[in-house]
Structures are given as structure tokens and as C-alpha cells.
Design a protein around this ligand. Structure first.
Ligand code: DGY
Length: 433
């Protein structure tokens, strides 16, 4: 007989601290040793939340190290190649960022920095003004480079820029990208993870075609905005930036900076967010800006509107969450579990990601749904208790998915999922479901 898992234990705290320490490369934390052997943008920022639970100075260093790689344009790259490694492809030679020290990728990732810096600042004191200014420049870049028309929605120019790489939302826009085989192409991710949990080769070849395209334009933001075959407004990125702008206002006021422009950006994004509403689905869905067509299903990002401070359609959103909870065991799957494209093991086509749960729960707690916020924390806690610290989790069985000994899973255990609300997670008091 298979022993019944003990969902009250073991306490994973010691293991979580070890994961962070083992993934520490001195100033930055790799997401997972072999699968992702460099510094990744939002992974590092969530890592800082975990570090702050036992080494606050190390948490600040994590963030400062990331911003050392900021481009003159203000962009903060999604990968910083501080060292060399054969275990990942594509490396700096494929991105062709000439003259960048350290070498980096040419795209960014959802900007959680201001929000996480505010979290740290509330408990541990304000950061240096220089960090605030760097974040401000990054936010300006998002608006200038990824919303040049000022529509109030933020585009991605590569699925990797969303952080949600193989989401079914990208299938149709990606189908217009001609796959390219580039010199030295060899998938390395499949050396480390079961192929059933990773994107298909077809997707990968298109990811690389988009890297080759960006490189061919010298990563020129204006050219990419005008011509890139992949240009899709993302509700996750937009909600994350909207919240980050509000948190930047808080930081700016605390530091004594002028926040007028930041307020304007908050207003623009708040007004623009409704463009994601897809009445046919009854949810916020990504929007292909080349065709004007919405994706045809809700994703976990549909529940991030309250995190961005958007509370329209809130009853509908909770009904949708209820429906999802009846279709899976653990919330929140990355994609609608009733949709034919749902795959519980394949990366962003189904698995539960604990940092997405943390962000959704934060928004739900603030907008008056503390029971749902607590349900998400409790599900995340059960998943980690059951399966340890993988990259993500199967929403049906709770089994581990993707890379092992994963930094952000460990960090979110320490900062939120384990349950002591001194982790500065959602502020609402936990209530019974
Ligand atoms: C990968 O290589 O799979 C990463 O998600 C890119 O950021």
C-alpha cells in the first residue's frame, strides 16, 4: 500500500535554505543548477524574498547584482551570463549583444523589482536612491519600448519575455514565425528534464528564430516594435508592471523623489487594462497586437488583475476560479484545466507555479477575497510539503514538474507558503475555507 503523504509535515524550511545556499553563485542565485545555470531576472527577484528571511544583506545583493546588468536604454535583461556553462543553450554568442558587459540576453522579463524592493523596504529599511532610479529607468523602458503607442498595454516580443514560455496563448502568434535552425543549435534543456515537461521542438525553433530576428535588428526597440512578427500584449506583464508602478510611487514618496510621471503611467495602464477583457471567454486574455485577436482561453494571469489593482469583473473572476477549482486538485494551473490545450505536465500549459500563486493571492487578499487567498497559500504549502522544491507542480496529482531544487519554490516557501505571515505575503488574516 502506498503510504499516505503527511501534509502537515515535514517542515521544508531547512531544505529551502539549503536550496538557496546551493544555488548561490556569490551575489546571484541560479534558478536551478543545470537547467538554468545563470542569473534570471524575475527568478532572482523572488529569490531575494527568500534570502530576506535569513540573510537580508544577501537579499539586497541579489537585486543589486541584477541591476548591474541594466542596459543604457534602461532594459534589464532576462538572463545575465555572469559565467560560462555548457549546460544551457542559447548562450551569449547566439544573442549577439555586442559590447555588453556582462553578456546578457536581449529581452526582459516581468518587472517585479519595485514590488519586491517595497516588501523588503517595509521591514528592513529603504534601499539606496540609486536602486530606485534604476527601477524607474526600467519602467520607463517598458512604456517606451513595449508600448510605444501609449495604448496602456505592454507587449512582449518573445514568449520568453512573458516568463510563461509555451503558454497556448502564443501558439497562434508563433505560427507566423518561420522556424530557423541556427549554427550550433542543440537543445540542452532535454538533458536535464523529461521532454514531456518541456516545449516541443517546433516551439523551440521559433523561439530561436525570434532571437535571430532580434539580433539581426541589433535589438533596436523601435524596429522590433514596428516589425517583429511576434508582438502580443500580455496581461501578466501588464498587471505586474501596474502593481510595480504603484509600488514605485510608494518608494519614490518615501525617498522624496518626484513621482508625477509614475502616477501618469499608473493611470495609463489602469485605463488600458480593459483591452485584455475578452467577452467571449469572460476573462482577461492576451491580445495579439498585430491582428487585434484575443487568446481564446483564460490563463493564471487572468486572475492577476487584482494584483495590478484592477477590480472590474471581480465576481466573474471568482466564478472562474471556482470553476477551475472543480476541475483540478491544486490551484492555480497555468492554463484553463477544462480547455483541450491543457497539459498538466508541460511547463506553462498546465502546471502550478508557486510565485504566480503568491502574486494572485496577494491581489485577492487585498481586494477582499481572503478565503481564496488562503486557499492558494494552503494549496502551495501542500504541494511543497508533498513534492519538495521542483520548478512547478502537476495541478491534478501534486507531483513535481520540471527542474529540481528550484530557487523560487524554496524562496516562496520561506517567504509565504509555509504560513507564518511574517513572510509579508497577502496581508489578510488566513481564514478557514
Ligand atoms: C528557457 O530557456 O527555457 C528559459 O525559460 C528562457 O528564459
Amino acid at each position: 500500500m502506498t503510504p499516505k503523504p503527511n501534509l502537515d509535515g515535514p517542515d521544508r524550511t531547512t531544505e529551502a535554505v539549503s536550496v538557496l545556499r546551493n544555488n548561490d553563485r556569490g551575489g546571484y542565485t541560479v534558478p536551478s543548477q543545470h537547467l538554468y545555470p545563470f542569473q534570471w531576472n524575475w527568478d532572482s527577484l523572488f529569490a531575494a524574498l527568500g534570502w530576506a528571511k535569513f540573510d537580508v544583506a544577501r537579499a539586497w545583493t541579489e537585486i543589486e547584482t541584477l541591476f548591474e546588468a541594466q542596459w543604457p536604454s534602461g532594459m534589464v535583461p532576462h538572463i545575465v551570463f555572469w559565467s560560462e556553462s555548457e549546460s544551457y543553450f542559447p548562450g551569449p554568442d547566439v544573442w549577439q549583444i555586442n559590447g555588453s558587459t556582462p553578456p546578457t540576453s536581449g529581452i526582459s522579463q516581468p518587472p517585479v523589482a519595485a514590488t519586491i524592493v517595497r516588501r523588503l523596504a517595509e521591514t528592513h529599511g529603504l534601499p539606496p536612491r540609486s536602486l530606485y532610479e534604476r527601477i524607474e529607468r526600467w519602467h520607463q523602458w517598458w512604456h517606451r519600448a513595449r508600448d510605444p503607442e501609449g495604448r496602456g498595454v505592454i507587449a512582449i516580443t518573445h514568449p520568453w519575455e512573458s516568463g510563461r514560455d509555451n503558454l497556448p496563448d502564443w501558439d497562434l502568434p508563433l505560427s507566423r514565425v518561420t522556424p530557423t535552425l541556427i549554427d550550433g543549435y542543440e537543445r540542452r534543456d532535454l538533458d536535464h528534464v523529461n521532454p514531456d515537461m518541456r516545449p516541443h521542438n517546433d516551439d523551440y525553433e521559433r523561439y530561436l528564430a525570434l532571437v535571430a530576428y532580434g539580433a539581426s535588428k541589433g535589438w533596436d526597440d523601435a524596429a522590433i516594435a514596428q516589425e517583429s512578427p511576434f508582438w502580443v500584449a500580455d496581461p501578466c506583464l501588464t498587471a505586474v508592471l501596474l502593481r510595480a508602478e504603484r509600488d514605485l510611487v510608494w518608494l519614490g514618496e518615501a525617498i522624496g523623489a518626484d513621482t508625477i510621471e509614475t502616477h501618469r503611467r499608473v493611470d495609463r495602464l489602469s485605463e488600458g487594462f480593459e483591452q485584455f477583457w475578452n467577452p467571449a471567454v469572460g476573462a482577461y486574455c492576451s491580445l495579439d497586437l498585430r491582428t487585434g485577436v484575443h487568446a481564446d482561453a483564460a490563463t493564471s494571469a487572468s486572475f492577476l488583475a487584482p494584483y495590478g489593482g484592477i477590480n472590474e469583473h471581480s465576481d466573474r473572476l471568482l466564478d472562474e476560479l471556482e470553476a477551475w477549482s472543480n476541475a483540478c486538485t491544486y490551484l492555480v494551473p497555468s492554463f484553463d484545466p477544462r480547455h483541450p490545450s491543457f497539459e498538466p505536465l508541460r511547463y506553462w500549459r498546465g502546471p502550478v507555479w508557486c510565485m504566480v500563486n503568491y502574486m494572485i493571492a496577494t491581489g485577492l487578499a487585498e481586494f477582499g477575497a481572503p478565503d481564496w487567498a488562503e486557499r492558494l497559500r494552503s494549496d502551495t504549502s501542500k504541494l511543497i510539503t508533498l513534492s519538495g522544491m521542483p520548478e512547478s507542480f502537476d495541478p491534478l496529482t501534486g507531483g513535481p514538474v520540471g527542474g529540481e531544487h528550484f530557487t523560487w519554490t524554496a524562496a516562496l516557501w520561506l517567504a509565504w507558503a509555509r504560513g507564518s505571515n511574517n513572510g509579508q505575503g497577502p496581508k489578510a488574516e488566513p481564514t478557514a475555507r
